[in-house]
Write a protein that binds this ligand. Structure first.
Ligand SMILES: NC(=O)c1ccc[n+]([C@@H]2O[C@H](COP(=O)([O-])OP(=O)(O)OC[C@H]3O[C@@H](n4cnc5c(N)ncnc54)[C@H](O)[C@@H]3O)[C@@H](O)[C@H]2O)c1
Length: 333
């Protein structure tokens, strides 16, 4: 089968390798000429040492990529997703299946990617939508280390199709779900908690503090997921807790690294710039805070993180604010 990958950064290139390993033909589109040339001539990507399968091709040409296959894998940072989709919509002549693997929330609108797709892609060009998410550092998947994902769609047949395309019997196992809201929301909100976990680590707080913030962070992710119409069990699954475990304690996570920089005293902009690739958790903190207000949710960790990244309090004051809250029983629902 042929698949088009829109965005050849860490994750797009890694998924291209998964697809090539599974016997599929892949064309990657990226706007970065250096990435495209390196993939085509050296069979390498600047972010990895690994030699990529020779069958993977890359191009700067979006039209060529859109025409290449009936399945478009969306792998660009969420902040450029709308503009890329607008370009794609202008090029489409028939229906496509959209598979989103990006985990962010759109700045300004706080939309999930499924909502952007729904708004931008017209009915004659839309076959279906699947979100593919879960605990998956590209740095491990590119080395073919065991990884699990979940493919969620409102149409079970498309979730099952994506499950079969990406799964193999050596290192990738994909589950299915019908909870698009839950998978998308958990996948983006875990980045907010990963930043908080990184801040605690950067401040020199210990493992106890990290476990505290991650565990209570799960409660906040569950509150947000369910308020938006997702299922509690999805938040407790691979795309929620699973991804949080891998993101909130690993130096491979750019959100954790960004938080760590903030915890060490860097400004928010310097902390974000120091991490060369896209950091989506800052936007997730803003979105989580806004959702909390809209749905009257109690989200002390996200609220505190919001005041911190908004420049209203220092890391020390943020911690003091969190600890000065009234004492209460431990409850999760
Ligand atoms: N890296 C991971 O381990 C990982 C794992 C799962 C999901 N994700 C998600 O995948 C998304 C992409 O992450 P990444 O790690 O690949 O980021 P990245 O920064 O490594 O790559 C993003 C790529 O998109 C390209 N790009 C930007 N604008 C473009 C456009 N208009 N058209 C085509 N390409 C464009 C950039 O040149 C870059 O190569 C994020 O939402 C992230 O959360 C990443």
């Amino acid at each position: 089968m042929k698949l088009s990958i829109i965005g050849g950064g860490s994750w797009g290139t890694t998924l291209a390798q998964v697809l090539a390993d599974n016997g599929h033909s892949v064309l990657i589109r990226d706007v970065n000429a250096e990435f495209v040339n390196k993939i085509n001539t050296d069979h390498k990507h600047p972010f990895f040492d690994t030699l990529l399968p020779k069958e993977i091709r890359a191009t700067l040409d979006l039209k060529e990529t859109v025409e290449y296959s009936d399945i478009l894998v969306l792998c660009v940072p969420t902040k450029v997703m709308r503009s890329v989709l607008v370009e794609i919509e202008g090029l489409l002549k028939d229906k496509k299946l959209f598979v989103n693997v990006s985990k962010g929330i759109e700045p300004d609108t706080s939309y999930r990617v499924s909502q952007i797709v729904e708004e931008v892609i017209s009915k004659p060009h839309f076959k279906g939508y699947v979100v593919l998410s879960g605990p998956s550092h590209a740095e491990e998947v590119i080395l073919r280390k065991l990884t699990s994902l979940v493919a969620a769609s409102l149409h079970e047949e498309y979730a099952v199709e994506v499950q079969h395309i990406f799964s193999n019997e050596t290192y990738i196992r994909v589950y299915t779900s019908e909870d698009v809201i839950g998978v998308e929301t958990g996948g983006s909100m875990k980045n907010a908690i990963a930043i908080v976990s990184g801040i605690a680590y950067g401040m020199g707080l210990g493992e106890n503090a990290r476990a505290f913030l991650i565990t209570r962070g799960v409660k906040e992710i569950v509150s947000i997921v369910t308020a938006l119409g997702g299922k509690m069990e999805t938040a407790y699954g691979l795309s929620g807790i699973g991804d949080l475990i891998v993101t909130a304690s690993s130096m491979n996570s750019r959100n954790f690294q960004c938080g760590l920089n903030i915890g060490k005293g860097m400004s928010i902009s310097a902390a974000t710039e120091a991490v060369t690739q896209s950091v989506e958790g800052i936007r997730a903190i803003y979105a989580g805070y806004e959702i909390g207000i809209r749905y009257h949710l109690e989200l002390p960790i996200i609220e505190t993180a919001y005041h911190l990244v908004n420049g209203e309090v220092s890391v020390q004051d943020a911690l003091a604010n969190l600890l000065s809250r009234s004492l209460k029983p431990e409850k999760y629902w």
